[in-house]
Design a protein around this ligand. Structure first.
Ligand SMILES: [Zn+2]
Ligand SMILES: [Zn+2]
Length: 266
């Protein structure tokens, strides 16, 4: 009773606030009356492309070679078949790093908009309930920020996503034993692969991780560009004797399926 009154009052306050201080879709400029998608109108949010099958069962990238085998679960792409020693089992990504989802992740990460944990988390939850074996995981482990950056931002965006996802993982607990032991630069701002590799090498370690021994961990990240960061995290978890690490990101920075099939002329 009290709760529903509070939520009614909350809605009413929000509506009044939006009347007095209108907010607009960050993508198309439409005036927003609700904030269910953070700062985006329902159309822009729904049109932001999600990753659908067939995708590679190791790197999670859309996988044109598997067209017609869409129901196959165990189908790695050529790159991943050639890769022998990955520290993680597989990567899942819920959406392409494009359009409203890309805008949302940038706001979430660099502009102090923690409210976007809601819509981005729901996007991940929809994907997870369709594609992941949710009861397999013992821990959800967010990709950590260095404590200096964490203090400056006030929150770790991956941790907010992981917390929001807990209800759909029936056995999993949040784990914060993975730590970023030295500050690193933002990977997407580095130009070369060598610079990215050097930036994160040895940057992560597990502290007090005895409970992780032999367990199954799902590493949570906001966006994956080259998988260097999650590889280093997975390596640190494997050093702590974790049995298996899978990775789950809100978005993957990969070409669209149609671009892979019909590359644009240069
Ligand atoms: Zn819009
Ligand atoms: Zn692959």
């Amino acid at each position: 009773m009290g709760t529903s009154y509070a939520s009614f009052l909350g809605d009413w306050v929000l509506t009044l606030k939006n009347l007095l201080l209108p907010i607009f879709c960050k993508k198309c400029g439409l005036r927003l009356l609700t904030e269910e998608n953070g700062f985006f109108c329902p159309t822009c949010w729904e049109l932001s492309p999600r990753i659908q099958r067939p995708f590679c069962t190791v790197c999670g990238k859309p996988h044109p070679g598997a067209v017609g085998f869409a129901t196959q679960r165990n189908f790695p792409c050529a790159d991943c078949r050639a890769e022998k020693r990955l520290p993680y089992r597989r990567i899942y990504g819920a959406a392409y790093y494009e359009d409203a989802v890309a805008e949302a992740i940038k706001l979430f990460k660099f502009n102090d908009k923690s409210r976007l944990a809601g819509p981005l988390g729901r996007l991940m939850a929809e994907f997870a309930s369709r594609e992941l074996e949710c009861d397999e995981y013992d821990y959800l482990t967010p990709v950590p920020l260095h404590r200096v950056r964490r203090r400056a931002r006030g929150y770790n965006q991956s941790e907010l996503l992981a917390r929001g996802l807990l209800p759909i993982f029936p056995r999993a607990q949040l784990d914060d034993s993975l730590q970023r032991i030295r500050p690193t630069r933002v990977q997407s701002r580095l130009k070369t692969e060598a610079a990215r590799r050097a930036n994160v090498r040895g940057a992560f370690a597990v502290a007090n991780g005895n409970h992780l021994r032999g367990k199954c961990v799902l590493l949570i990240d906001d966006v994956i560009t080259t998988a260097r960061t999650v590889s280093e995290c997975a390596r640190a978890l494997r050093d702590a004797k974790v049995a298996a690490v899978d990775v789950f990101a809100a978005a993957l920075a990969v070409p669209r399926f149609s671009d892979v099939l019909h590359p644009a002329a240069p």
